[in-house]
Ligand binder design. Structure first.
Ligand code: HXC
Length: 528
């Protein structure tokens, strides 16, 4: 009797248990990854294994793995004799605090997590799922880059991934976690995604490693100094979040996922409404009465955001501008704020890049923008001019002008020159511009302005210092306030600082159904 027509339950069960055994054996072998020695090496480096990482990140019992039995396609250099479990990458679906996600984690214990043809196929398959299902994609990267033995097929694999990263950009959130030495192609996919997480001493990112640099240029540098976590969090800006350990990094990802929507057709899940911790964060205690004294703008954000919670992004890079997520009455808001503590909060090449990208992210994912303004303008200097401050500075103008999400602006103190326009002014189509009575909206600061427009009067005066002081005062009285801008309707309301949260919440409430018809075009050409 054929197995198909077998009606004897005993025999049927024995067939089932036989196949179950085969499955168990196959699974056991595949789940061993690169084997005990490679796993020991991974652990000695303070790293979790790829599977442990996924399990530490997703809700318990939520992870479902696919393509466990995929085999590599390498044929040259004796690769056909090698077994690479799962071809060095684990893929699947799960949830984070109930949010569905698609995920992959490269397994460094298997051929250094290098990317061959089937390894890439597994990644692109889960990426396609994420796009179809419209859920976030999380990639845990720990890879030596293109698998050298598979030649052009490895490069093709990367190309397929980059293409999908670009297609998915602005449709589903893409999160990259760098948890190992990521070289070559292994860093370009993260660079195309929305958020990059790094961990101290574990993450390394570079296009060409120290060996190549030494051979080609004769320069010597350690992996850490070339592309360690701190380098990317502080100097290059390639990383958005920095953690001391893998566990801390996973907590950060969970928090981020709670702020963002699953895709560009929805909004982030609302949270219970909570007032800020006003005893700890009082505007009158934070904001100095001396207009020349700096303060930490993050404390102002905490004075108005729900529960005083603020998830800062790129904290250590271009710290003269602050960006990040908070909530107002339960809804996610993207905050952009000049930071008077660093370079007086000026806009420069890096801060313009940082803010512009974040503004575009919020706009893509239906997150309203709240902009807090206090800056003397764009940073002058030869270095800035030669680094392309014209092109980079234009990005923030472009990003705000293009954004159609609700845009609410608060001018707290200085809003001078190009800085006034760039920080989501009425002219770039802010929906509401509020100003505190301390706001100074002018082409430039009183000292600079008086020196230019009253130059001759000051020069020819009997007592130039006295006349300069008098002219500075005249200019201040006339322009260093919010009322001239308010008289032209560029400021919608001059408000008391303690009214701020109430006014912002009302503006956000009333803008909920905002619709803007963009001109019919394929896409614009931002000053990349
Ligand atoms: C095949 C690789 C590999 C690779 C590592 N391995 N990288 N196999 N292709 N690209 C293998 C190693 O041979 C070794 O196998 C195992 O992974 C672990 O590697 P180790 O060198 O022992 O680990 P470690 O000392 O920690 O060094 C990690 C590393 C180093 C810094 C990543 O392996 C390295 O420099 N790899 C090459 C990096 C690189 O140049 N990649 C190509 C980039 S070009 P065994 O069997 O001994 O355990 C690229 C093109 C795409 O990616 C560009 C798109 C824009």
């Amino acid at each position: 009797m054929s197995e198909k027509n077998n009606t004897d339950p005993k025999q049927r069960n024995s067939g089932l248990s036989k196949s179950k055994n085969i499955l168990q054996v196959r699974k056991k072998i595949a789940l061993q990854g690169g084997g005990t020695k490679a796993i020991e090496k991974q652990k000695a480096g303070g790293k979790l294994t790829a599977r442990e990482r996924i399990l530490a990140l997703v809700d318990s019992n939520s992870f479902h793995e696919y393509d466990l039995f995929v085999e590599h396609a390498g044929r040259d250099f004796d690769m056909n004799k090698k077994y690479l479990p799962g071809d060095g990458v684990i893929t699947g679906t799960g949830t984070i605090n109930g949010h569905p996600i698609c995920i992959f984690a490269q397994d460094f214990t298997v051929a250094g997590g290098s990317l061959g043809y089937m390894h890439a196929k597994k990644i692109t398959k889960i990426m396609d799922h994420a796009m179809k299902l419209r859920v976030p994609l999380i990639g845990i990267n720990d890879s030596g880059g293109a698998r050298i033995q598979e030649g052009v097929n490895s490069l093709a694999g990367y190309g397929e991934i980059f293409y999908r990263n670009t297609q998915a950009s602005g449709v589903i959130p893409q999160i990259s976690v760098i948890l190992g030495p990521c070289a070559g192609g292994a860093v370009y996919s993260p660079a195309l995604t929305d958020f990059v997480f790094v961990v101290d001493k574990i993450s390394k990112m570079f296009i060409t490693g120290p060996e190549v640099i030494k051979t080609v240029l004769g320069e010597e540098i350690s992996m850490e100094d070339l592309g360690g976590a701190k380098v990317h969090a502080e100097i290059t800006g390639n990383a958005h979040f920095y953690a001391e350990s893998e566990v801390e990094c996973f907590e950060q990802i969970k928090s981020l996922v709670s702020f963002i929507p699953w895709n560009n057709k929805t909004t982030a899940k609302p949270f219970p409404k909570k007032t800020p911790r006003t005893r700890q964060y009082k505007i009158e205690d934070i904001f100095p009465s001396n207009p020349k004294q700096p303060y930490d703008v993050r404390d102002i954000i905490k004075s108005i955001a729900d529960s005083s919670e603020f998830m800062e992004i790129q904290e250590k890079f271009a710290a003269n501008i602050v960006i990040g997520f908070g909530r107002m009455e339960g809804r996610t808001v993207g905050f952009v704020a000049n930071q008077p503590l660093v370079l007086a909060g000026v806009l420069d090449v890096d801060s313009s890049d940082k803010a512009a990208r974040f503004i575009r992210y919020c706009d893509s994912f239906n997150i309203p923008l709240v902009t807090l303004v206090d800056l003397p303008g764009y940073l002058p200097g030869i270095d800035q001019e030669h680094s392309g401050v014209i092109r980079h500075g234009a990005k923030i103008l472009y990003a705000y002008s293009e954004a159609t999400v609700p845009k609410i602006t608060l001018i707290m103190r200085k809003a001078y020159g190009g800085g006034y326009i760039a920080m989501c002014s009425n002219h770039l189509r802010a929906d509401f511009v509020f100003a505190w009575p301390t706001a100074e909206i002018a082409v430039m600061g009183p000292e600079g302005a008086a020196n230019i427009i009253f130059r001759n009067e000051i020069k020819n005066a009997e007592n130039p210092d006295e006349v300069r002081k008098q002219k500075v005062k005249e200019y201040k009285d006339k322009f260093a306030n919010p009322y001239v801008a308010a008289a032209y309707g560029y400021v919608d309301a001059v408000i008391e600082p303690d009214e701020t949260r109430k006014m912002l919440i009302h503006a956000l409430d009333i803008s909920e159904e905002k619709r803007v018809d963009a001109p019919d075009k394929k896409h614009g050409i931002p000053p990349f």
